[in-house]
Design a protein around this ligand. Structure first.
Ligand SMILES: O=C(O)C(=O)[C@@H](O)CO
Ligand SMILES: [Mg+2]
Length: 268
C-alpha cells in the first residue's frame, strides 16, 4: 500500500484543529496535510507534528477570499500582487513546518471570460512561483477539480494540468492527482493513473469515494485498482509520494467516526 496522509481539513472534524494531529498519529498516519493552516502559528503546527511523529506533507497557498467564493488567485486578472504575496506567505509557512509541497489553486473562470487568456496568465504566474519554490526546495502542485464541487474552476482535467506543467517546464511544478475529482470528470481512474504517474509529473495523490466524497470504499471508485496501480508504478519508477485521505468521514462529527471508517486501509 502507498503511504497515506491524513487531510486535516476533512478528517477528524469533531476535534479542534491541533488535536487532529494526535488523532491521526493514533490511527497510524505518519503524514498530515492541511488546506489553509495560516490561523495557527507555523511553530505550533511544527511542534505538534514533531511531538506526534508526523510529517507535514502538503499545505495550500492562501486562495483569496474563500468565504466570498474565491478559489485561488493564480489565473485571475488584476490580482498579481496578491497572488505573489500568497506564494511568498505559503512558501515561508511551508519552510517553517517542513512541508515539501504547496498546492496553488487556479481560480474560477468567469463564464464570459476568455479561457485561453486565463490559462496564459496562470502559466506566467506559475513560472514565477515555481522559481520562488525552487529556491526554497519546495514543489508546487496544481490540481484538476471537478465542476460539480467547484463550478467554474479553471482546471478540471488531468491532460489540461499536465499540458500546463509541460509548458511551464519547471521541476518545481507537478500535478496533484485527486482520484475523487478524476473519477467524477474522467471516469476510468486506473487508466488515468497508468497514463500519468509514469510521466514523473504527478507529485501527490488524494483519495475519496465517488460520487459522495466519503471513505474510498463507499461508492464506485476503483480504489483497490488505483492503489495497486500506484504501488506497481512506484515500484518500477521509484515514485515515493503520498496519498492524502481527503474525504468527509461518513459518520461526520460523531466522535471517533473517522477512526472507525479507516478499515478500508486494512482490506486494500
Ligand atoms: O478540494 C480539493 O480537492 C483540494 O484538494 C483542496 O486543496 C482545494 O479545495
Ligand atoms: Mg484534492
Amino acid at each position: 500500500m502507498p503511504r497515506f496522509s491524513a487531510n486535516l481539513g476533512f478528517l477528524y472534524p469533531e476535534l479542534p484543529f491541533l488535536d487532529r494531529l494526535e488523532a491521526a498519529a493514533c490511527d497510524g498516519f505518519r503524514g498530515i496535510e492541511c488546506l489553509f493552516p495560516y490561523d495557527v502559528p507555523a511553530a505550533q503546527l511544527r511542534a505538534r507534528a514533531g511531538a506526534n511523529g508526523l510529517d507535514v506533507v502538503l499545505i495550500n497557498a492562501p486562495p483569496g477570499d474563500w468565504a466570498a467564493g474565491e478559489r485561488g488567485l493564480a489565473s485571475l486578472s488584476d490580482r498579481e500582487p496578491e497572488f505573489r504575496g500568497s506564494i511568498t506567505r505559503a512558501l515561508a509557512y511551508a519552510h517553517e513546518v517542513g512541508a515539501p509541497r504547496v498546492h496553488v489553486l487556479a481560480g474560477l473562470l468567469d463564464a464570459r471570460a476568455d479561457r485561453a487568456a486565463a490559462v496564459e496568465r496562470f502559466e506566467v504566474r506559475l513560472r514565477w512561483a515555481a522559481e520562488q519554490a525552487a529556491q526554497a526546495g519546495i514543489t508546487l502542485m496544481i490540481e484538476p477539480i471537478n465542476p460539480h464541487d467547484m463550478p467554474g474552476y479553471l482546471l478540471q482535467r488531468q491532460d489540461e494540468a499536465h499540458a500546463i506543467v509541460e509548458r511551464v517546464a519547471s521541476a518545481s511544478l507537478k500535478v496533484q492527482m485527486d482520484l475523487y475529482h478524476c473519477a467524477r470528470v474522467e471516469g476510468d481512474v486506473v487508466e488515468q493513473v497508468r497514463r500519468w504517474l509514469p510521466t514523473g509529473q504527478v507529485g501527490h495523490f488524494q483519495i475519496a469515494g465517488a460520487p459522495d466524497r466519503h471513505e474510498p470504499d463507499i461508492g464506485t471508485l476503483d480504489w483497490r485498482g488505483s492503489l495497486a496501480a500506484i504501488d506497481q508504478i512506484a515500484a518500477a519508477t521509484g515514485w515515493d509520494g503520498w496519498v492524502g485521505c481527503e474525504y468527509r468521514p461518513l459518520r461526520g462529527a460523531v466522535p471517533g467516526g473517522t477512526s472507525r471508517g479507516l478499515g478500508w486501509m486494512e482490506t486494500g
